[in-house]
Write a protein that binds this ligand. Structure first.
Ligand code: PXP
Length: 235
């Protein structure tokens, strides 16, 4: 299982003062020295954390970028110019604090099928961030995605209440279903140093995308150690 480190919240802190600190590029450099697969960055429509120029600066470091994005023409144009390693299509609402639910692939499967074509033609891997729902997985197959990223938010909330078995089972079943359809499976959202070990129970997960807990821990122990502790937990 590989790790994608989401660095959005370094940019959130930077943007709180409108200056350059903490320096996102320095953070990317530190993260890239660890054994991670990619840096995950979400270019939101409102640019509340990552800004367009951040993506190009991080790419210049030679980083594999996993670009989280809404399926809009504006962001697609940027993705086609940037050529990240992968994109992960997420639903986006302006007022939300963070991505709240999975993408509804089912209701827009023909749109998404066309939307991902030019991305795939440029060699960008495509992932869809979805809930552990069999119908959504079938729709993801129809769309032609390479990966799905299973939304682990419900599992993480259930873990807090010490009642996670059901949610973990749903993730396991969903992962298996996707793999049977030849879709590779990632997971993310709400994963932290306490709950992440349970992801090892889901067979064949390729990558975990983790942001908030790593960046939070880095305040106390530094980014290098925060990433390396997470790597130890998922290996
Ligand atoms: N994966 C996706 C698709 C997300 O939208 C997010 C949140 O930006 C994450 C993973 C990381 O979630 P967290 O910050 O809770 O680790």
């Amino acid at each position: 299982m590989k790790l994608g480190v989401n660095i959005d919240h370094i940019a959130t802190l930077r943007n709180a003062r409108g200056g350059v600190e903490p320096n996102l590029i320095e953070a990317a450099r530190i993260a890239l020295k660890e054994d991670i697969l990619a840096l995950t960055m979400h270019l939101r429509e409102d640019r509340r954390h990552i800004k367009d120029e951040d993506l190009y600066e991080v790419k210049k470091l030679g980083a594999k970028i996993n670009l989280e994005m809404a399926a809009t023409q504006e962001i697609q144009k940027i993705a086609l110019d940037l050529i990240p390693y992968s994109v992960c299509l997420v639903p986006e609402k302006r007022q939300e604090i963070t991505t709240e639910g999975g993408l509804d692939v089912l209701s827009q499967k023909d749109y998404l099928k066309e939307f991902i074509k030019p991305l795939k033609e440029k060699g960008i891997l495509v992932s869809l961030f979805i809930d552990a729902d069999i119908e959504q997985i079938e729709a993801a197959k129809y769309v032609g995605t390479d990966y799905i990223e299973l939304h682990t938010g419900c599992f993480a909330n259930a873990f807090e209440k010490n009642d996670f078995k059901n949610e973990l089972d749903k993730l396991k079943k969903a992962a298996k279903h996707a793999q049977n359809l030849d879709i590779k499976v990632n997971a993310g959202h709400g994963l932290n140093y306490d709950n992440v070990y349970l992801m090892k129970e889901i067979d064949g997960l390729c990558e975990l995308n983790i942001g908030h807990s790593i960046i939070s821990k880095s305040i106390f122990i530094g980014l290098k150690d925060a990433i390396s502790q997470m790597l130890d937990l998922i290996k």
